[in-house]
Ligand binder design. Sequence first.
Ligand code: IMP
Ligand code: MG
Length: 336
Amino acid sequence: MGISLDVIVDLQYGDCGKGKVSHYLSKTQKYTHVLRYNGGCNAGHTIFHKGKKFVTHHIPAGVFFGVKSIIGSGCVLDPDQLFREIQELEAGGVKTKGKIFVAENTHVITQKHKDEDKQKGAKIGTTGRGNGPAYRDKYGRTGVRADSVKRLQPYLIDMYKEWYERGKDVRILAEGAQGFGLDIDWGDYPFVTSSHCTTAGALLNGLPATSVRNVWGVAKIYETYVGSKKFQPKGDVFNKMGDIGEEFGSTTGRRRQCNWMNMQTLERAVRMNGVTHLVFNKIDVLREIGQWAVIDNNKVVNFKSEKEMNDFIVRRLKPLGLDRKHVFFSEHKDRI
Ligand code: IMP
Ligand code: MG
């Protein structure tokens, strides 16, 4: 008996397609649990399931396949949003009963947190969902935990018991939120979110370091960022990326700023997260635009073709321990 853990982690600024990868891996039925390990309802995971579009904020993708889906202690939870989401899933034909759990020691986002974030979050360009104030109160030791909220009682779970005392093999798929560039420690502070978005963040949910098997890094073939700092350079090509890639926030509807993929951000994220498999999404967006480029050491490097660019990327990943057979190029239109 033992615990194994596969982690899905975003290597850029969120919105790289973690939801899609989580949905794909959950479908294999290899996992006993799918765990959301950080963040709150600032996240928006867009998932196409049986031809229908769903946007989840708290609930991990295991729920679409009847796998136990846990909102972990690394998260902050807005109960109103949780119940709204359960309703939406049920209305869309997804059975949630007995499948959704909240760790007893998860902190709760209150109305006060939301009000404060809406008022004061503009400097950073937060999603206004109360995420930062809820984490601040957690660390200030004045927060509210899920186990003291009455309406959450039917969903509570003791993660120690769940991981270690069931007497069965535990195979967890851990689904991260946001991304490396928004990580509280390694992102571009202060333009970051308030949680740990890296693989390490998954372990904070009571899991042993020895349990990590595969780390699925998810990136986009170009970059997007939503928030207050200036990110998008001048040039029509970046507006085209936004239009063709449908780059609008799934939580707030804000237009995402676009840029070419930064190789140094990617390399740092691959190293620090211990990535073993890497998915690049939205390759077809650049195909439609007909331009291929990355930023390397602060300079734009142009390529003549998709193949030339992909080969360049694969070459750069090799010294980081990623083989060609563990690098995948996926399309936006390829909805699973
Ligand atoms: P907060 O997490 O709402 O406090 O927002 C902090 C920063 O992270 C802002 O720039 C947000 O736009 C960004 N952010 C938070 N959640 C997401 C997400 O799920 N995808 C993309 N950006 C996000
Ligand atoms: Mg998103």
